[in-house]
Design a protein around this ligand. Structure first.
Ligand SMILES: Cc1ncc(C[n+]2csc(CCOP(=O)(O)OP(=O)(O)O)c2C)c(N)n1
Ligand SMILES: [Mg+2]
Length: 340
């Protein structure tokens, strides 16, 4: 992999971590309300998968979706303004943290209902299939959602109609406070793919390069018409389920052990070397460029906060206009025009 690409993935990992920590801080200071589910610890999943995506691919996610939106290209200021419930947010300040949306960038939403993402993903994929476009839908979900009926119904239909979907299970081992072995009869989620005759794979979700490699291979096959696939990525959230969760169900030792092996630690261990020991490796960065990236993302996140703070609240007229949104069926039509 090109050094420039590795650098941009590391930058996105750092941006993701800083964005989430800063959002958590603003929330604790009472700058905005609602629910806030942070992604810290899971960044290599979104960054690895979405760096393997094309701009023409669609993304559907859950309520833990800020980072998916950021990596798909939604400007950080517009994501932060949405958390703040402001008019310049990517959903006009009317969605909040769990309902980010950006049609232009094909970020087709965060969804608060567990298992809601599957039917939405296959609906978009059905449109792509009918138009015979070389595009894919990436559907992120937590391992808890794999026990919902919509998971099974959607995988069945996706396989039956050979729909272009990459189902990405973010297996962070917990469904709020319930550990995987107490919620799932079959905790190896990827093995469920065989029930629908689709390929299923598992990879280390803490290793951004490993995630990227497997996602790239699977997406390539999906875009070339080989039907849906299921990818399970082992990961861990460093914070509580949401800001309201103190996380008393996990021992400090457990959380610490995952933190030591987190995605940023991996980058530091595997990819960063002193300048004189880079050995010409294309996948390596030196410490000075890592620090440069840290400084860069700090500025981006502070600018995002300033943008959010300066944005006004939506008005009643905005709400009325959103409710009567014209042209809300246009997304796929536009895509068709784009591909001639
Ligand atoms: C249909 C439905 N049932 C229950 C909930 C309450 N709920 C919110 S998040 C969550 C846990 C989901 O866990 P998982 O899918 O593993 O995702 P994670 O939060 O770990 O990313 C539950 C039960 C919900 N939002 N929707
Ligand atoms: Mg989970």
């Amino acid at each position: 992999m090109e050094r420039e690409h590795v650098r941009s993935m590391v930058r996105d990992l750092l941006l993701a971590r800083r964005f989430e920590e800063r959002a958590g801080q603003a929330y604790s200071e009472g700058e905005f309300g609602g629910f806030l589910h942070l992604y810290s610890g899971e960044e290599a999943v979104a960054v690895g998968v979405l760096h393997a995506a094309e701009p023409s691919d669609y993304v559907v996610s859950t309520y833990r979706e800020h980072v998916h939106a950021l990596v798909k290209g939604v400007p950080p200021g517009r994501v932060m303004a949405e958390l703040y419930g402001r008019r310049d947010g990517c959903s006009g300040g009317m969605g909040g943290s769990m309902h980010l949306f950006d049609r232009e960038r094909r970020f087709m939403g965060g969804y608060a209902i567990v298992g809601e993402t599957f039917p939405i993903a296959i609906g978009i994929a059905y449109g792509i299939m009918l138009r015979r476009l070389p595009e894919a839908v990436i559907c992120f979900f937590g391992e808890g959602a794999a026990n919902q009926g919509t998971f099974h119904e959607s995988l069945n239909m996706a396989a039956l109609w050979r729909l272009p979907v990459l189902f990405v299970c973010e297996n962070n081992r917990y469904q709020i406070g319930t550990e995987i072995h107490r919620q799932a009869a079959i905790p190896d989620i990827h093995t469920r793919a065989c029930a629908y005759g689709m390929p299923g794979e598992r990879a280390d979700g803490m290793d951004v390069l490993a995630v990227h490699e497997v996602a790239q291979r699977m997406l390539h096959a999906i875009r070339s018409g080989q039907g849906p696939q299921l990818l399970e990525l082992d990961t861990y959230r460093f914070r509580g389920h949401s800001m309201a969760d103190a996380g008393a169900y996990r021992s400090r030792t457990e959380v610490e052990s995952y933190k030591q092996a987190g995605p940023l630690q991996r980058v530091e261990q595997k990819l960063v070397a002193p300048m004189d020991r880079l050995n010409g490796s294309p996948a390596a960065l030196d410490e000075a460029s890592l620090q440069q990236l840290r400084d860069e993302v700090e500025q981006i996140v502070e600018a995002a906060v300033a943008f959010a703070e300066a944005s006004p609240a939506p008005t009643l007229t905005d709400a009325w206009d959103a409710f009567h949104a014209p042209g809300r069926h246009e997304t796929l039509i536009r895509a068709e025009q784009k591909h001639g």
